[in-house]
Design a protein around this ligand. Sequence first.
Ligand SMILES: [Zn+2]
Ligand SMILES: [Zn+2]
Length: 380
Amino acid sequence: MSGAVALIRCPEARIYDHGPGHPLRPDRVLLTWDLIAATGLDRLDGVDVRGCEPASDEILRLVHTQEFLDGTKEAGNGAEGNWSRFGYGPGDNPIFDRMHEAGALVAGASVEAARAVWSGDRLHAFNAAGGLHHAMPARASGFCVYDDPAVAIAWLLREGAERIAYVDVDVHHGDGVQAIFWDDPRVLTISIHEYFPGFFFPGTGAATERGGPGAEGSAINVPLPPETSDAAWLEAFRAVVPAAVGRFEPDVLVTQLGCDTHATDPLAQLRLTTRAYRECAQELHALAHRAAAGRWVATGGGGYQWARVVPRAWTLAFAEMTGALAELPDELPEVFVEEAERRAGGEVPATFSEPELGPGRGDDEARAVVDEVRRFVLRP
Ligand SMILES: [Zn+2]
Ligand SMILES: [Zn+2]
């Protein structure tokens, strides 16, 4: 099932940087590209490495208001103003230099991935810098300035796609993308996430959130408890995603591959290992071929073990896209491990695989949630 694949690699996007100490550090993505290069996946036959252009205001306006774009430009250029009305301020969304330019580059990279696939030139495309799924039409949220997955989906619709399925496996609810297409029956959004309202961001994503008037059933949420393990998470994924996407018959599958579900992630409490990332990528790949004529646009997302987990998670996904996952050696190239350890100032795992963690304390509750979701989401 391999085919022509685009890797969107835009080092310029490193300016998407909230500053020292912020968890969404650019090294997450830069080290991912390093590991993809160190494993040679970017030089396989059929793999095309492409750069990116910033998305224009006209394209960003498919999702965002011009007022928000203007406010983001001004705030990122150091102008004084009441920027909290657009979600900016101390905490998750600090104002940073060239904020608009940075967000536009990330969105442009996701549009480039969508273009590569929609033009028929490439079957699959991956933008590791993307996946900023919390941004709202007129407000930054959860480290996200512009909602690049939503911009790519809106761009595909404008170019003539009639049905898009969006699958979000980040540990946080994909609230921005869900909100933007809440009333749009052309876009199926599915989010599998940790759910613990009042304690865990963003607090939305209950199973009862199912889409707005005229689009009932076009949002699907699988809210999992803390301490859900690989086995229960994969059961949840397999119980819901293939059937829902298959039935929807999308023109394109768009996925957000956040890996903040990892057991060691500092911002969340699920218990996944790279086993889940490997199997999830295989499932999504098969699903793209079965349900969407192979058209698969993938973005990165969250993931805050920036040296130890993120590069491995997304290299596994990219290897699957190229059809080379089975041949990928388990050992990480030494040149990568040395560089990652130098930047991290500590040990970095030397293999893609990880020891099994066994069942999690949330597994029974997770299975009950999945039964509930199946009952009313996947009714015949
Ligand atoms: Zn394929
Ligand atoms: Zn996240």
